[in-house]
Design a protein around this ligand. Structure first.
Ligand code: FRU
Length: 504
């Protein structure tokens, strides 16, 4: 196939010429952020699952490193996490040079001792994450299950002394399982959670972390992230979360975080029936391309940073890019803010310095205003504060083509819904489920809609109202479609602020 350099993102991580899926083992150590990920080192579709590796010092520019943990004849290396074992509880290093320990899922191959099961295994690094050795005592935790995977491990600060907690899934039972350990080797079941809320597909890649509510260190809540595939709000894969309490053994969701009963159905692109409950669940993202999102460990100052896979299993293996396939989302810093009386996640993308190319404020608009072109090699950040006023619709058109096509970000003030329509931009035909219009409820705040839109070469991420709602979608624009505009239809709106910046 021909290469597709015009679709190579400027800001989002992609492997040079291979396939990737879930972010794994996100960890900060000695000045470096490590992004490991599900990788096929030998191809551009899913297979040969190993942990690829990239490093960064600014969370924006990543350098691809050699494969960190490779599959072999006995096992594929599925998703998992990494901890810095500061006290050398595992015995894989020493206290002066604490080991990094990876806890990953061994997906055992046919005709091997553990054939047909998924179990949790360890690997360790004594050189700050650059090379890895598998533990000879693997697996360290099995349930003799075919779907026990995606361990996320963290140190729980119990008053009687810290211990390790593992959050993993029984994927086919829509259940999160919690284990505890003193040394990362011997694990004891602590509790289980689920099914709850969106339960139409397998539960995968869970995460659990504390955050202060509204920045108040005396009011901490725990966020349980559960990715679901299929059965997410926009169809296919997506991430939901629960807010509640965790006592080191049991996660107890706040009642305001739970539906009366789980939703077991799945949507196609568009909506099914009886699935209205899905819009009541709490979503990390309302678009179709933010999956398997998990957070970094060991980040200074209690910052909570997440990365998601910029894709959806509905069509993941068919994306029309070459020689790589699939990328990561931007890093998102998350916080808990009270919205309508309940703590909710707000997400902000980590961006490099902005190079502002256009800025207007306080301008009334009816009709269309052209924006600076989206240029090859650069990503764009659009910041807007819009008072919709009498407008029936307002929004943005990106990658406009000669046939009237564009990716359309639309706000409808009458119903308070923000949508992202990719049905008429570039290539949508590579998979029947790809074309979609995705939408989310977004109430105005004091009459204002605030948007931060990150436009990269094959993706749009829309952060609305300070990141309380996020919509992320892949797009595959045609070569040479650089034009974009802001529009107001059926009345007049005020652009209180409109700033466009390039970043690279
Ligand atoms: C999620 C997932 C995980 C699994 C990995 C395999 O996308 O299915 O549950 O560990 O991908 O690549």
């Amino acid at each position: 196939p021909a290469g597709t350099p015009h679709l190579r993102p400027a800001l989002h991580y992609t492997a040079r010429d291979t396939w990737l899926n879930d972010p794994n083992g996100l960890v900060f150590y000695r000045g470096t952020y490590h992004l490991f990920y599900q990788n096929n080192p030998h191809g551009d579709v899913w297979g040969n699952m190993s942990w690829g590796h990239a490093t960064s010092t600014d969370l924006v520019h990543w350098i691809e490193q050699p494969v960190a943990i490779a599959c072999d004849d006995a096992e594929d290396i599925f998703s998992g996490s990494i901890v810095v074992d500061h006290t050398n509880s595992s015995g894989f290093g020493n206290a002066e040079n604490p080991p990094l320990v990876a806890i990953y899922t061994s997906a055992y191959k046919p005709e091997t001792a553990h054939e047909g099961t998924q179990a949790q295994s360890l690997a360790y690094s004594n050189d700050a994450g650059m090379t890895w050795t598998k533990f000879t005592g693997n697996p360290v935790l099995t349930r003799r299950s075919a779907n026990f995977r995606d361990p996320k491990v963290f140190s729980y600060p119990h008053p009687d002394g810290p211990y390790w907690v593992m959050v993993a899934v029984e994927a086919g039972d829509q259940t999160v399982v919690f284990y505890r350990s003193a040394d990362l080797r011997l694990w004891e079941l602590a509790s289980e959670f689920g099914p709850a809320n969106a339960a139409g597909g397998e539960w995968e890649c869970p995460d659990l972390f504390p955050l202060p509510v509204d920045g108040d260190p005396d009011r901490t809540k725990w966020v349980l992230v559960v990715n679901v595939n299929p059965g997410a709000v926009a169809g296919g894969s997506g991430g939901q979360y629960f807010v509640g309490d965790f006592d080191g053994v049991t996660f107890t969701p706040d009642p305001s975080s739970l539906l009366d009963s789980p939703v077991f159905g799945t949507t196609g692109a568009g909506s099914g029936t009886g699935l209205e409950g899905l819009r009541e669940c709490r979503w990390l993202d309302w678009g179709r391309d933010y999956y398997a999102a998990v957070s970094f460990s060991n980040v200074p100052n209690n910052r909570r940073l997440m990365i998601g896979w910029l894709n959806n299993w509905d069509y993941a293996n068919s994306l029309p890019t070459f020689p790589w396939r699939s990328g990561m989302s931007l890093v998102r810093e998350v916080a808990l803010e009270t919205v309508g009386g309940r703590p909710s996640l707000a997400q902000a993308p980590i961006l490099p310095p902005l190079n502002q190319v256009q800025c207007l404020d306080g301008r009334e608009l009816h009709g269309v205003l052209a924006l600076p072109e989206i240029l090859p090699g650069e990503a764009q950040v659009i910041d807007a504060e819009i008072l919709p006023g009498t407008a029936e619709h307002c929004g943005f058109r990106l990658w406009e083509d000669a046939d009237g096509g564009a990716a359309v970000i639309d706000y409808d003030p009458a119903v308070g819904v923000l949508s992202l329509d990719r049905t008429a931009v570039g290539d949508t035909t590579f998979h029947t489920t790809f074309a979609s219009v995705d939408s989310a409820p977004v109430p105005l705040e004091d009459g204002v809609l605030t948007l931060r839109i990150v436009v990269d070469h094959c993706s749009v991420e829309v952060f609305a109202q300070g990141g309380k709602v996020v919509l992320t979608d892949l797009v595959f624009p045609r070569v040479g479609t650089h034009g974009s505009s802001v529009f107001v239809k059926g009345g007049k709106a005020i652009l209180r602020k409109l700033a466009v910046a390039t970043v690279g």
